[in-house]
Write a protein that binds this ligand. Structure first.
Ligand SMILES: [Zn+2]
Length: 184
């Protein structure tokens, strides 16, 4: 997976630009990856509602849950769908709006210095093998482009405890590490 340093875009991905982004604070080094999970409506897979949500184009008439969330302005840099397809929303060098109020090892506002990766899923369902494979490949590319990341890979629930529960108990960190072992 190639990262274009100039545009901050991942080659060979579906590009789905989100307006929910801005510039990172000056001289910020990207040194954290935050793993999330999302499905819309929760527990339903395969549609394009996540893409619509991150582009502020969710149709609130399609589902009662959409009505609740349709005015939120959020995004992630990347989504890995259960098919393994990778969708790119925000250039990596820009700030995506995924972490909210958060704290990683004493540093607040994780959006400033992190890359947000959403996996299509829920807090309790198991993720697909292809998602772990894609995530491992992505993490390994990101580490080459942003060496300060090292082992700083965390879950949304770890940086926003009590407020967020994703990626959830269904996410197998050991499995990610096993796949990462085959890439490093
Ligand atoms: Zn999250």
């Amino acid at each position: 997976m190639k990262i274009n340093k100039k545009t901050g875009l991942l080659d060979e991905c579906t590009q789905c630009p989100s307006p929910n982004r801005d510039t990172r604070p000056e001289n910020t080094e990207i040194d954290l990856i935050v793993v999330h999970s999302i499905s819309l409506p929760p527990g339903q897979y395969g549609g394009n509602a996540i893409e619509c949500f991150f582009q502020n184009e969710l149709d609130k008439n399609q589902h009662p849950y959409f009505e609740e969330i349709c005015d939120m302005q959020v995004s992630s840099h990347v989504l890995i769908k259960c098919s393994g397809e990778i969708v790119k929303f925000v250039p990596l060098h820009e700030r995506a709006w995924h972490a909210g109020q958060s704290n990683y090892q004493g540093r607040e506002r994780c959006n400033d210095f992190s890359i947000g990766i959403e996996l299509e899923g829920t807090d309790t369902d198991e993720f697909e093998d292809v998602q772990y494979r894609q995530l491992a490949q992505l993490v390994s590319s990101l580490r080459s482009s942003y060496p300060a990341i090292t082992d700083n890979i965390t879950g949304h629930s770890d940086i926003a405890p009590g407020r967020k529960t994703d990626p959830g108990t269904g996410f197998d960190w050991q499995k990610l590490n096993d796949y990462l072992g085959t890439h490093d």
